[in-house]
Design a protein around this ligand. Structure first.
Ligand code: ZN
Length: 411
């Protein structure tokens, strides 16, 4: 897998596999889940599985016993291909799931989780055990939050819709109204020194809490009641890596405590949504701009047209809707006609288009995976488009969810 789409592809594969894995139910207690952390010796896992296998011989139902030992065999065969567990560990799901009639088929998933597996775990149940992976599907991306004035500041974070307070500070900066009889110039100067120290302290703490996870940091929202927030940002108190992520404009809030963080998030709602969808929106807008040109510009849309252009290396960026649930299957009939067809995820092709005989499926691949593979061979970027924006919705409805911005016009 080429560098260009690797992260997006891994995320897509994980999401897709999880969608399938959670749906399976076994006829009996016979679906096996094994979580292997990076630090666990494969030989220890093998020993554990052999022990489970000998226990399984006590299972009363012959069928369940056969299915459990078969699944353990299959998992051990898979684990033998590892010298050590990969970084983040590995999770294997294996078992017999029902199929039409009395039939079952064995499914096996080997999942490379996006976050580390923390503990070794073996489960045999009527469904696969997925809880430890589910939290990994959650968005890790977050926003930093700072509300500040001269008296107080609070640092927090927003991930998903959850706001958490990370640090709170009260400043010792005297109010300008309490000058009393002091020389006002000298007093002003003391106040400014105290304020400077306070801003530095807030900025240093922001560095401590945000800099380690700066790649997941989508932006820093800054708010407060007065001009202090503007001064704090303009004077560059924040670490330069954080300063680059400050979202402009800054936001007015009435408070600088926890409720100030809530006000800040409310005020920034529009900006946050825009940021999340901006990349996707920009691509789709570019596509529409091309399509609107009298000669169709550098655009292609529709599955066949896009596939042809992509296989010529003519595609700069593939735009594919995340919600197309389709697969690409190869199938042949008894007259040896072979066809490659696109069908809905829950369908199989029925009739040979040439002779109307039943088709037998010989190969099947997720449609988006097929496009990831083509994209990789031609250094083409594949941008998945969610259905969350008007643009994403339009891509799906008007163009079947598959379009491309071209490098050059395909005749
Ligand atoms: Zn045929």
């Amino acid at each position: 897998m080429g560098e260009i789409n690797a992260a997006d592809k891994a995320r897509y594969d994980f999401k897709k596999a999880m969608q399938e894995i959670v749906e399976y139910r076994g006829r009996g207690t016979e679906l096996i889940s094994v979580y292997v952390p990076e630090t666990k010796l494969i030989s220890d896992v093998m020993a554990y599985l052999r022990e489970e296998q000998s226990q399984a011989s006590n299972i009363k139902s012959k069928t369940t016993m056969k299915n459990v030992t078969g699944a353990i065999d299959s998992i051990m065969a898979r684990l033998r291909t590892y010298k050590t567990a990969p970084p983040n560990g590995v999770v294997i799901f294996c078992g017999e799931v029902p199929r039409a009639g009395d039939q079952t088929r064995m499914v096996q998933y080997v999942v490379s989780p996006p976050d580390p597996v923390t503990a070794f775990l073996y489960r045999c149940d009527s469904e696969f055990f997925t809880e430890p992976l589910e939290s990994m599907l959650l968005e890790k991306k977050y926003y930093g939050l700072i509300v500040i004035d001269r008296k107080e500041a609070t640092i927090g974070m927003l991930s998903g819709s959850r706001i958490s307070v990370l640090k709170h500070f009260d400043s010792l900066v005297p109010s300008k109204h309490h000058q009393g009889g002091q020389s006002s110039v000298r007093f002003e100067r003391l106040i400014e020194i105290a304020a400077h120290e306070f801003y530095k302290k807030v900025a240093d703490n922001a560095t401590v809490v945000f800099l380690d996870s700066v790649t997941d940091l989508q932006g820093i929202l800054v708010g407060g009641p007065g001009a202090t927030k503007d001064f704090f940002i303009k004077e560059g108190y924040l670490h330069h890596e954080l300063q680059k992520k400050v979202v402009s404009p800054l936001f007015d809030t009435g408070y600088t405590d926890e409720s100030g963080l809530k006000e800040l998030v409310d005020a920034a709602q529009g900006a946050i949504q825009d940021m999340q969808l901006t990349v996707e929106k920009e691509y789709v807008q570019r596509l529409f701009g091309e399509i609107r040109k009298p000669d169709g510009g550098l655009s292609a849309y529709g599955e066949e047209e896009v596939r042809t252009a992509a296989k010529m290396g003519a595609v700069d960026t593939l735009l594919i809707s995340e919600s197309i649930d389709k697969k690409r299957v190869t199938a042949s009939c008894s007259n040896n006609h072979t066809h490659t067809l696109t069908v809905n995820d829950d369908e199989a092709p029925i009739q040979c288009p040439d002779c109307r005989q039943p088709l037998k499926v010989t190969g099947s691949q997720d449609l988006i995976d097929e496009f990831f593979e083509i994209a990789d061979s031609f250094n083409t970027r594949l941008q998945l488009i969610s259905g969350d924006s008007e643009e994403g919705d339009m891509l799906l409805k008007a163009f079947g969810g598959i379009a491309a911005i071209l490098r050059y016009k395909v005749a």
